[in-house]
Design a binder for this molecule. Sequence first.
Ligand code: AKB
Length: 339
Amino acid sequence: MRKKVILMTGAAGEIGHSLIQRLSDEGRAEIVTLDLKPLDPEIARRVRHPIAGSILDRALLETILAEYAVETVFHLAAQLSTRAEFSPVAAHEVNVNGTLNLLEFAQAQGRGQGRSVTFLYPSSIAVYGFASLEEKHAAGRVREYQYTEPITMYGCNKLYCEQLGRYYSRHYRQLDVETGRSWVDFRSIRFPGLISAFTVPSGGTSDYAPEMIHHAARNVPYDCFVRPDTRIPFMAMPDAVDALLALAAADRSRLTQTVYNIAAFNPSAEEIQQMVLASFPDARIGYRPDLKRQAIVDSWPEAVDDSKARADWGFSPRYGLESAFADYLIPNIRERYRR
Ligand code: AKB
């Protein structure tokens, strides 16, 4: 009898770190993780079976398929927007072919168990693309179906995989009478930039916000790679984890779409700087815009409309900008670097 588990890819990343803590704190389920990188020891001890390996290794996925009855997949593995621009083909391989492998894995799991596998897929505001700052400012809060013309490989990958997931969820092998049944319940969230008190991202283009905060807490000078007026949506990591768990638990009959925007706050880089200086008045924060990374962030929306997430599955973030700093980021970051 295969053990019923959650499978989490990319578990060594920022979302995985917080999601494993939450799931294990709540004793929710047995977790099997798959990542090329080793888990933080504190996190690894919370996991039933940490597997070192690639989502491109189909033989490894077959082994996991034989050993476990996977009820839910959190497919977090991805190469983020900045890193993907330096190796777009490799990023496509991981972000698209890796996701296809996991969707096939979930389909086989569901077929074998006779029940749908819930598949959580973190998409991104990187799927949006504006031709100019004027268009970005004029658009305001965008809906899921608007301005989806990404300018990065990562954004293209995320947009395509949203479609791939909807295909597996609703149209899989539709002409094949024998096997034309979907066993994947695909659910996706377009995450804004995420800010964690416990980890610092790498390879992203929204990284300037967490980098600015963590550098200040370590009393290390920081040159922000975007202009002070740069504005995109952000969210505190606990709200991102809450959203994934809420969408995973939602009654499928209430979900009117497979992809959802969520939002919390959308400060400018300068407003983030002001919040940081209020807690770390000696922080040395400058601006040295990287014009190519700036162009990527300028192509992302100022704000998103999350009304469908609120209506369909009750999304409601705990933290606004001020409370994210006062109640989550600053207390935990001070503790982290005091050690
Ligand atoms: C990135 O910067 O690539 C990610 C994202 C916004 O999806 N953090």
